[in-house]
Design a protein around this ligand. Structure first.
Ligand code: SF4
Ligand code: SF4
Length: 690
């Protein structure tokens, strides 16, 4: 891929014509607004590796040829042609799938970040896929800019320039009467401009309700009447898609927002950076990327992948939430069972937070909604039981054998509404803290001190993993402390008891902030618990603790992230590990994928020189905390597991190690496939030579 840098958009439109002569597979345009959006984003900064200076426009020109030599030759010739035409200033050739994906990721993310602009002005779709012949683009875009400039507007420009189609989205506030009028004016004037250049008002997305009003103008009255006759002949009762192509009402009718529609809602999470809860929900722009199928890949949205129902998509949930919260006539707009029902099947996997172009975080919205809903209707018994599990485990430990026996019986599971097929997590013989208090020598060897977060799941149910993490760190030279803290709050967050989670977050920040720093990080091994510090705490704690929570989040890491980074700094010696060959298949945890990354886990697992790791392209495992344990959700949970994860695990050779950092994922894999998945820390610990 040649990433041609230009000093102006006009140069890029002309450069497109030069590039087309070389028969590329694709040419995409990205303007400086999109590129600038990626400058402040931690993740996307890494993907700006190919950008030099501050280009006003970039063409990403992709070639597919038989040999690297052909690619090199074509790139050299293309650069020579650009320079001869006096267009552009820098033409790096990006090679290899991984790097090219990073370039595309930057473009996609830039657009998503644009949708995240807080407030009521949004980059609206209305003229977003006009297309004219590429040779007309320079003149067409010049006139286009004049029309927008006349109204004091500008817009982002990106996408499929090779075919003369550029996505154009002006920023407008469709809750404002004047902007709604402008919306219509611009649509009409751009339609006239497109017709002048013999183009298409909708080069890709279809006409529908947005462009239907202009079809008579674009095609001419006679052709429009023919279309109407066709429609009346085949659909005399106007059943199919009424009002979409013929008899379409003006675009200013049936708009998503009511004029002047703003409603400030008091929330427990802090949504102020998005100017309130409602505006955070309104970030959903309806693009429909959350209707992915397994074949398309990605994880969003697993409940749609299984059911194929719109109300099981992130979009469906966002639409229902927005409609009820903004238009409810009840004193408390959260008092709607319909919303509760639609959110019930959201498994809070956070795939939308990572993959939705607007980063809609439905798990957070659901938690916030449930808090309000329960304040009106009370907290159901099972919800309370799951949320307070850390406390119940603590008490249950006093009679551990009896607790393990009772929770293993079908009668108990049925009584509390759990699926009898499920095996509930058992209490470990000693909690991690009990083990840690024993008189054992745990000093490291001068590589500094780290703190391990004894999360509620590891501490009570899988203390062996915590012990292995401590012993591994010790062996690698680190001193490990378990600081005083309370539970992460994950069980409360997942059940919508946000106020209780807030209290815990406050306590943890107060206790840990003075202790944790760059040279003494807080490490965790259960992603859902440790990542609460990075994902939820900064928006959950009291305002007075926000800065401390943000500072703490920067030094809170998954153990995988810490060890991978230490290895890369040369602080860990690979010769401490076995040289045996091992193949590992990794199933990443949802929250890890949304808030952190699975890359450090892969890098950590490959510290032993002959360990090879590949990631299963799975989304959520389907267990999603307590979701898959709940009787009415059991079947859906299994179906989600069957999408990708279970078949991949079943197909893995018996000697292949299955790795999964999440405790729920390991349970789900065991019950869905009969295979035992290991925590990555366990795998690395077992790989130590002695
Ligand atoms: S939730 Fe995200 S992906 Fe789904 S329609 Fe809304 S903006 Fe698009
Ligand atoms: S959190 Fe997961 S299940 Fe819920 S809407 Fe987002 S992608 Fe779908």
């Amino acid at each position: 891929m040649v990433c041609a840098h230009f000093n102006s958009l006009q140069e890029a439109y002309l450069g497109n014509l030069v590039a087309l002569k070389h028969q590329p597979g694709a040419i995409e345009l990205m303007d400086d607004i999109i590129m600038n959006c990626t400058k402040e984003n931690i993740e996307q900064r890494k993907n700006r590796f190919f950008i030099q200076g501050d280009p006003k426009a970039m063409l990403m020109i992709e070639f597919a040829r038989e040999t690297p030599e052909e690619i090199q030759a074509i790139a050299t010739q293309l650069e020579a042609d650009f320079r001869a035409a006096g267009l552009g200033y820098h033409f790096p050739l990006v090679l290899g799938d991984a790097n090219i994906k990073r370039v595309w990721a930057l473009r996609t993310a830039g657009l998503g970040l644009l949708s995240n602009i807080p407030g009521d002005k949004r980059s609206v779709t209305v003229i977003e896929d006009t297309a004219v012949a590429p040779e007309y683009l320079p003149d067409y875009m010049d006139e286009f800019d004049q029309i927008l400039g006349k109204y004091g507007l500008s817009c982002v420009k990106y996408a499929h320039i090779a075919t003369g189609e550029i996505h154009l989205r002006p920023l407008l506030n469709l809750k404002d009467k004047a902007d709604v009028a402008l919306y219509h004016t611009i649509a009409r004037e751009i339609a006239q401009l497109v017709k002048k250049y013999k183009g298409s008002l909708s080069g890709e997305h279809g006409d529908g309700r947005l462009r239907g009003e202009f079809i008579p103008f674009m095609l001419g009255e006679r052709n429009y009447q023919l279309i109407k006759t066709l429609k009346q002949t085949w659909d005399p009762q106007n059943i199919m898609n009424p009002g979409k192509i013929v008899e379409t009402p003006p675009i200013t009718e049936n708009l998503r927002y009511l004029l002047g529609q703003t409603r400030e809602l008091e929330t427990t999470f802090d949504f102020s950076d998005q100017k309130g809860f409602l505006r955070a929900i309104e970030k959903c722009n309806g693009s429909g990327d959350c209707r992915k199928s397994v074949a398309i890949g990605g994880s969003m949205c697993p409940t749609f992948m299984v059911t194929k129902d719109e109300d099981k998509t992130t979009r469906g949930r966002a639409n229902i939430l927005r409609e009820f919260l903004s238009r409810s006539e009840k004193a408390n707009p959260f008092d709607h069972e319909e919303v509760y029902e639609v959110l019930d099947l959201c498994i809070s996997c956070k795939a939308c937070k990572a993959e939705c172009p607007s980063n809609v975080d439905m798990a957070k919205f659901k938690a916030e909604f449930l808090q309000h809903y329960y304040e009106i209707h009370g907290i159901p018994f099972r919800t309370r039981l799951i949320a307070y599990l850390p406390l119940l485990n603590h008490w249950g430990r006093m009679m551990r054998p009896l607790t393990n026996f009772i929770t293993g019986t079908s009668t108990f599971k049925k009584a509390i509404g759990f699926a009898p097929e499920r095996q509930l997590p058992r209490l470990s013989k000693l909690s991690l803290r009990q083990w840690y208090k024993r008189p054992i020598q745990l000093n490291g060897q001068g590589k500094g001190k780290v703190y391990l977060f004894a999360d509620e799941f590891t501490n009570e149910n899988e203390s062996d993993l915590g012990i292995k993490a401590i012993l591994l760190l010790n062996k690698l030279g680190y001193e490990v402390g378990i600081p005083k803290h309370v539970e992460s709050g994950r069980t409360y967050l997942s059940k919508g008891l946000v106020k209780k989670a807030k209290k815990l977050a406050n306590k943890n920040v107060q206790k840990l902030y003075p202790l944790i720093g760059e040279t003494s990080p807080l490490l965790g091994i259960e992603p859902s618990a440790i990542l609460a510090f990075r994902d939820e705490y900064p928006e959950l704690v009291d305002t007075s603790l926000k800065n401390q929570a943000v500072a703490l989040s920067k030094n809170t890491l998954m153990l995988d992230e810490f060890l991978a980074s230490e290895f890369e700094k040369g602080n860990i010696d690979a010769s401490l590990f076995t040289r045996e060959k091992r193949t590992i298949k990794l199933h990443g945890h949802c929250q890890q994928k949304a808030v952190a990354s699975t890359d450090p886990t892969k890098r950590m697992l490959e510290i032993p020189e002959n360990y090879t790791v590949s990631e299963i392209p799975s989304g959520c495992c389907g267990m999603a905390g307590s979701f898959g344990y709940e009787r009415e959700h059991y079947e859906l949970s299994q179906k989600i597991g069957e999408l990708v994860l279970f078949p991949a695990v079943r197909q893995a050779a018996p000697e292949t190690i299955i790795a999964a950092p999440g405790t729920s994922c390991r349970h789900q894999i065991a019950e869905g496939t009969g295979r035992r998945a290991l925590h990555p820390v366990e795998i690395l610990y077992e790989a130590l030579k002695c």
